[in-house]
Write a protein that binds this ligand. Sequence first.
Ligand code: HAM
Length: 420
Amino acid sequence: MLTQAIKGVKDILPADSAKWQSLEKTVRELFSDYGFSEIRTPIIEHTVLFARSIGATSDIVEKEMYAFKDQGGDEITLRPEGTAGVVRAYVEHKLFAPQPVTKVYYLGPMFRRERPQAGRLRQFHQIGVEALGVSEPGIDVDVLAALVELFNRLGVSGVELHINSLGCRDCRAAYKAALKDFLMQRMDSLCPDCQRRVETNPLRALDCKSEHCKTATNGAPMMSEYLDDDCRAHFESVKQGLDDLGIKYVINPRMVRGLDYYTRTTFEMIAIDKKGAQNAVAAGGRYDGLVEEIGGPPTPGIGFAIGVERLLIMLPEAGDGAPLPKVYIAAIGGQAARFGQKLADALRKSGISAERDYSPGGLKNQMKKADRSGAAYTVIIGEEEMTKGAALLRNMKTREQAEVELDKLVEEIKTRTRFL
Ligand code: HAM
């Protein structure tokens, strides 16, 4: 073999694609119920877009981006997430002008050069929403309700919604300073990554996986103690709205998120596996300064993205989703094979899925293939049937056979398969 797929990048094979399609169908219906329209942004963007929005000190920008100079010398990056591109499109096309409130959703591949492992890929897929133009907490509740409802419609359990407020730029600045002071006194106990980040991004020490950092940050000041009056009231309203809708959540003051654009409400949908391991299957939050950062008018925003591969692992088993043909055509002999080709074409044009053997063998061999195909009916046609002008139509479940005139086959099959 010349080469294999790149590490951390997966093929979605025919046996799996039905699961993806079914998920996509549920998602499109749900987002439409919640008033979101689809947006499709490019997979490549100028590198500066991500560096500025996700943040220069984030893991993504520091070490995970597929960034390169193209043949024309432009700095290009394969999108590591969807929010930045959506906001860029929102500003570039002035979507705010005709539509003060813009609610969009997207599905598609994202790219991060992470260490591949179960549920962590280098090309993965996200399903996301972004709601731009509303600062009121009602939209936070709507966005969270859509996320929770999606998990309900899919029948996924074993998840917990964790929420937090990261405050606005003003109150977070005071908090950052206090946290930095606290961490400076424990510098020796922090992991090298967090030591390096104390100056630039001290919040990350709070959700660092290293046991040293977990211990060192015991008793650290929390953002909740530093929220100003507006941010506190906003968070209270979000919690109230969730309570009113009966949505259960856990307040997680250590959840700081790895992307710099977040303000106020942030959240993660955490999957808890049988061994108790926690993994974010979806995440999001507010980003009230991002539109302005990218050159648009001051506009609040909030959204989330679901990791599709992580979600699919959690879906109840649906079995091999390959579509089954309704009809198999077993044609024996050259003349019958030509008729078989025409019959398959006519059936397909009538919306009836038909399969046949492209290198036809004897009857026994073809019937075996018909059985294996999972078809509901098989048309059996050989020289004798061609002369007679009638083929055999076999119900593969009951094994009953009927003789049907050749020119009545399509109609007869249509009637019999109507409710399949
Ligand atoms: P994020 O937390 O970086 O947020 O990613 C969201 C979700 O994408 C994660 O919870 C996870 O399920 C999935 N994910 C991330 N990296 C990988 C990976 N390497 N392999 C498999 N799945 C992965 C964002 O991307 C934000 N743009 C979300 C958002 C939208 N915030 C506001 N609007």
